[in-house]
Ligand binder design. Structure first.
Ligand code: FUL
Length: 483
């Protein structure tokens, strides 16, 4: 057995990563001083007096997220301009010096409480780059300042599911160069919020590498340790305030975990991808973009290619100067939520019987586990059996155009290539296929009517696993292969 492949097949997610995978789809909210200046990047000289949302309503944001089917929200507690949405003890550049709620307001408090009340998780974005703070660039001093801010937000607002560290920094050669003490930041987070994932410039969740909503066709969760390099992430991140970055996609880094790549790696880690993109061209609100909200088709593509491509989707809203998510954005994501709810309402494999060409001997991993509706039960083969055929009998002819597969990733990521077949007019026809499955793979294809359906796992590492196989039908979902 190839030792590298054996090793790759055995790399597992941490408990906090496992919980994070289940989040699938959650919101980003870029709301701060930039909301009131019409800018994307403030320079830190903005007057806190301009922060004055007239109708701020955290419950409205949560309701919008829930209508979209999102399971959490990450708020920009501080963006690059340094303005803090909570009354920080460590700076005057924050809500306490704004007229909003007479300087007694705290956006983090209202937002965290609304999330808890609404049953979605809450996370924070705290920009390491700070253009207001005078000690920025004086590395030890700023590191201490930043740790203090972290402690404030990690202790004051209940449980957080994520701390999001941005790689962006625009200071040029004449600007200040701050050396971030990442390890000390991570330690505080682990101590104070042990279940929170640390994303992007952090060890738990990997940036997909663009802000356009693009996901690679084979997005591996088991990747070379070299991908967890904050220096490299910062180099690839935004360095100038320009709109062009939002649509830029790099195509020279499409391979995240093929056999060839992992053979060259120094070590391998579980480091799954997150796709972050905005529902509008900008991250912050600009009235001029009210008619530039992404179309439903576009959002569906982003959703299916990310959530259905072994990545999570972090979709950004830019709440407006009222402190509300604009009607155009809320109406669009409600449409998205509705179409997704309709699509996944009825699973045609619920009563199916399953036969596997190979099954692990002497375990509880029978093929029927794949259709029992329980994600914690799963099927696998004996070690060394890297291909297998699973035959499903739906008991009656069914029409479907969407398929969902999930591996049992608690034991690792295994599948490298598979295809879906249907028995039509007395022959097996290939319907769709893809490479990796991982936490979740969703396939979309032309509607098919069949009673017998086959999943053929053509290549995998050591032994494939599956915990779920579902078939669904919604004529409004257009066929498209991942990519
Ligand atoms: C980028 C930042 O520069 C943008 O303003 C935004 O916050 C995005 C999520 O990350 O790197």
């Amino acid at each position: 057995m190839d030792p590298v492949i054996k090793k790759a097949a055995g790399i597992k997610p941490s408990q906090r990563q496992l919980e994070w995978h289940k989040m699938e789809f959650y919101a980003f909210a870029h709301f701060s001083i930039n909301t009131f200046t019409d800018k994307e990047w403030g320079d830190g000289t903005e007057d806190p007096a301009i922060f004055d949302p007239t109708e701020f309503n955290a419950d409205q944001w949560v309701a919008v997220c829930k209508s979209a089917g999102m399971k959490g929200l990450i708020l920009t507690a501080k963006h690059h301009d340094g303005f803090c949405l909570w009354p920080s003890k460590y700076t005057e550049h924050c809500v306490k010096n704004s007229p909003w709620r007479d300087g007694k307001g705290d956006v983090l408090r209202e937002m965290s409480e609304a999330c808890r009340k609404g049953g979605i998780k809450f996370g924070i974005y705290l920009s390491p780059w700070d253009r207001h703070e005078p000690c920025y660039g004086d590395s030890p001093k700023y590191n201490e300042f930043y740790r203090n801010q972290l402690r404030e937000i990690l202790t004051g607002y209940g449980e957080l599911f994520c701390v999001w560290f941005d790689g962006a920094c625009g200071e040029g050669p004449n600007g200040k160069r701050q050396i971030y003490d990442w390890e000390s930041y991570y330690k505080i987070i682990r101590d104070l919020q042990s279940s929170a994932v640390i994303s992007i410039c952090g060890p738990d969740v990997r940036w997909c590498g663009n802000e356009a909503g693009h996901c690679r066709p084979s997005e591996w969760s088991v990747v070379p340790v070299e991908m967890r390099d904050n220096q490299k992430i910062a180099e690839d991140s935004q360095k100038e305030d320009n709109v062009e970055f939002a649509v830029r996609i790099k195509f020279d880094d499409q391979d995240t975990g093929s056999r060839d790549l992992i053979r060259k790696a120094r070590d391998l880690i579980w480091y799954p991808a997150e796709v972050d993109t905005s529902i509008r061209p900008g991250w912050f609100y600009h009235a001029g973009e009210d008619d530039k909200v992404r179309s439903l088709d576009d959002l569906l593509d982003v959703y299916f290619n990310s959530v259905g491509g072994n990545a999570s989707l972090l979709l950004n809203f830019p709440p407006d100067r009222r402190g509300l998510i604009h009607e155009n954005d809320s109406a669009r994501v409600k449409e998205l939520g509705n179409i997704l709810r309709r699509t996944f309402a009825e699973n045609m494999t619920e009563d199916a019987s399953v036969k596997a060409s190979h099954t692990l001997e002497g375990g509880n991993c029978s093929a029927s586990n794949i259709v029992d509706g329980n994600m914690n039960t799963w099927w696998t083969t004996n070690n060394g059996q890297e291909s297998a055929v699973l035959d499903f009998d739906l008991k009656k002819p069914c029409t479907f155009n969407v398929a969902v597969l999930q591996e049992h990733i608690a034991v690792g990521q295994r599948i490298e290539k598979f295809r879906l077949m249907a028995f039509i007019d007395n022959e097996w026809r290939e319907i769709a296929g893809a490479t990796v499955v991982g936490y979740k793979r969703i396939l979309r294809f032309e509607p098919v009517t069949a009673q017998k359906v086959r999943v053929e796992i053509q290549e995998s590492r050591i032994a494939p696993t599956l915990s779920t196989f579902g078939l669904f039908y919604n004529p409004d979902i257009k066929p498209l292969m991942q990519g």
